[in-house]
Design a protein around this ligand. Sequence first.
Ligand code: FES
Length: 123
Amino acid sequence: RSEEKVTVYFINRDGRKITTSSAKGDSLLDLVVEQNLDIEGFGACEGTLACSTCHVILDQKVYNQLGPITDEENDMLDLAFGLTDTSRLGCQVCLSRDLEGITVRVPDGVNDMRRSDDAGPTL
Ligand code: FES
């Protein structure tokens, strides 16, 4: 395929950096699945906005570049572990050329809303 690729740097839960790329139009979740990235517990609901395990933290600049967040995403994001002002759900962020070279930080804990207990570390 000759599709344009967008380079994305992931900072994994353990702080390790992963350099990867995926086609334009893919979501960050698509990328993680397709590239088989080893990010524990990521994308548990397969992008159906029923978990918050795909929570990622973006740079302010990147966050501003992305379009508005839907109510559905916001509701789920509220439940994410370690929510920040520049948090998004990875399954709702799609790659475009503007996002070339972005860094995506994966927080070191997850709340899987399908479980009742908190799997994240207590800070
Ligand atoms: Fe579950 Fe994104 S993968 S909300």
